[in-house]
Each structure stands twice: as structure tokens, then as C-alpha cells.
Design a protein around this ligand. Structure first.
Ligand code: SAH
Length: 241
């Protein structure tokens, strides 16, 4: 989809080449990022194409733009971070491969808990029919809206609120992605709001103190949990602020 993420005229010069120094090279820099993701084991072509398309530098402060295509998490304010590209790609690949898809391979409605910068929501918008993304911090929610405004992604719906209870109105979800780590149990509401055949991907703080990436598949026979690699996410918190 060439040009899909190009801001409409008038362009946003302050977010483009002039200040970030990325400009016309940003496509090539993203190609390098995607090549690295492939070398790290990400193989789903749809995920790689979506990571190639979405301009990650539009989601962080321009002062950080020179690091934005490195495999690193970066601060987005209020003590929160945008996840590193390899973690975003890993979560999206897990969702894409185990979530509920239509005949064309596209995921149906997906819920994301922890909008943050809305970068992952924007990548998800390329893979899913609808994206509901919830953020508990008002200032980040406002900034995420601003980040998405000119990208015109009509299938992304940002929600302000505590995502611990999910978002029942959009259920059932083909996949649920959680970008903040809760402690030892996955809220029942998330499992309930997952479609049969759907997949939840979430970091979970274990009793031993480690944080692990967990996948939950909801099958007609019941719920199956798989614990994957160690990860490092910010904490899932309750309430709004
Ligand atoms: N996916 C994001 C990264 C988000 S960091 C991105 O691409 O930028 C995790 C986010 O989860 C933080 O913004 C944090 O405020 C939010 N969060 C933590 N607990 C939450 C909850 N209960 N409900 C909604 N958002 C929550």
C-alpha cells in the first residue's frame, strides 16, 4: 500500500525529515529494521509488511527519532514506554498465527490493553478488521489520538479507561493483546471476551518475580495456556489517571 501512511496535504513538516533527520530515508531505515526482525526469527510476511509500512518515528518525541528504528524501548512520558520493535512484532505474530482470521487471513476485531503511543495499534490496524485500544492515562490517551489523527486509520478506536475489565461492547475478540504486565493471573473478563478460536497474548508477572509472555488459546474444548519467553513490560495498573 504505497503512500498509505503519508500524511495528507498539508504535510507535517515538523514531524518529517526536517526535524527528525529521517525524511526520505525512513523507508530504507525501516527496511533495515524489518531485516533485523527477520533475522531474529519473525517470519510472518503480513507482520513484517505492517512493520515496514508504519512510521515508528511519528510515535515518539522527535528528540528520540535517531534511535527509533533501533531494537529498543523508548520513553513516551509518564514513566511509560513504547515497546521495542522485536517485542511488538513477536506479539503481533503470535496473535496473527493463533487469532481468529477471516478467509483472507485478516484478524477480526482485536482488543489492545495499553495504547501508550498507539504505535502497536497502528501496526495492528494493518492486520485486523477493527482495533479497540484502551489506555488508563488521560495524557497518553490524548497524545495517542494526536499521533493517529493524520494517519487516518478508520479501523482504530482509542478508548480511555482501565482495561482490566476489557471492553465488553466490542467482544468477542479474535485476539487480545496486552502491553502491560499484570500479576499472577489473567483477568477473567479478558478470557470471557475472547472469541472461541481466539488468542490472548499478555505479559504476566509470575510469583517467582519473573515476567513471562503468556499465550492463551480459547478452544471449543477449553482454555489452553502456554508460557513463552521472559519479557519486560511496564506494570498493568488499575483505575485511571
Ligand atoms: N503498545 C504501546 C506500549 C504501551 S506501554 C505502544 O505501542 O506504545 C503500556 C501502556 O499500558 C502504558 O501506556 C500504560 O499506561 C498502560 N496501562 C497500564 N495499565 C493499564 C490498564 N489497566 N488499562 C489500560 N492501560 C493500561
Amino acid at each position: 500500500m504505497p503512500g498509505f501512511f503519508k500524511p495528507p496535504v498539508p504535510a507535517r513538516p515538523q514531524r518529517d525529515g526536517a526535524v527528525t533527520g529521517l525524511g526520505m530515508d525512513s523507508q530504507a531505515i525501516r527496511t533495515r529494521m524489518v531485516n533485523r526482525l527477520e533475522a531474529q526469527g519473525i517470519s510472518d510476511g503480513r507482520v513484517l509488511a505492517a512493520m515496514q509500512r508504519v512510521e515508528r518515528h511519528l510515535f515518539v518525541d522527535s528528540a528520540l527519532a535517531n534511535q527509533v528504528y533501533e531494537d529498543t524501548s523508548l520513553p513516551i512520558g509518564l514513566g511509560q514506554t513504547i515497546s521495542k520493535p522485536s517485542v511488538v512484532a513477536r506479539m503481533l505474530e503470535l496473535a496473527q498465527q493463533g487469532g481468529l482470521q477471516d478467509a483472507s487471513g485478516k484478524l477480526g476485531r482485536v482488543l489492545e490493553i495499553g495504547t501508550g503511543s498507539a504505535y502497536q495499534a497502528a501496526v495492528l490496524s494493518q492486520l485486523a478488521s477493527e482495533v479497540y485500544s484502551m489506555e488508563r492515562l488521560r495524557a497518553l490517551y490524548d497524545r495517542a489520538r494526536e499521533n493517529l489523527r493524520l494517519l487516518r486509520l478508520p479501523n482504530v478506536h482509542l478508548l480511555f479507561g482501565d482495561g482490566s475489565g476489557g471492553f465488553p461492547k466490542g467482544a468477542p475478540y479474535a485476539a487480545i493483546l496486552v502491553a502491560a504486565a499484570g500479576s499472577d493471573t489473567i483477568p477473567l473478563a479478558w478470557i470471557e471476551q475472547l472469541a472461541v478460536g481466539g488468542r490472548l497474548v499478555a505479559p504476566l508477572q509470575t510469583l517467582g518475580g519473573a515476567q513471562m509472555l503468556v499465550v492463551i488459546d480459547k478452544t471449543p474444548q477449553g482454555v489452553r495456556q502456554t508460557v513463552l519467553e521472559a519479557v519486560h513490560f511496564v506494570a498493568l495498573k488499575s483505575g485511571t489517571a
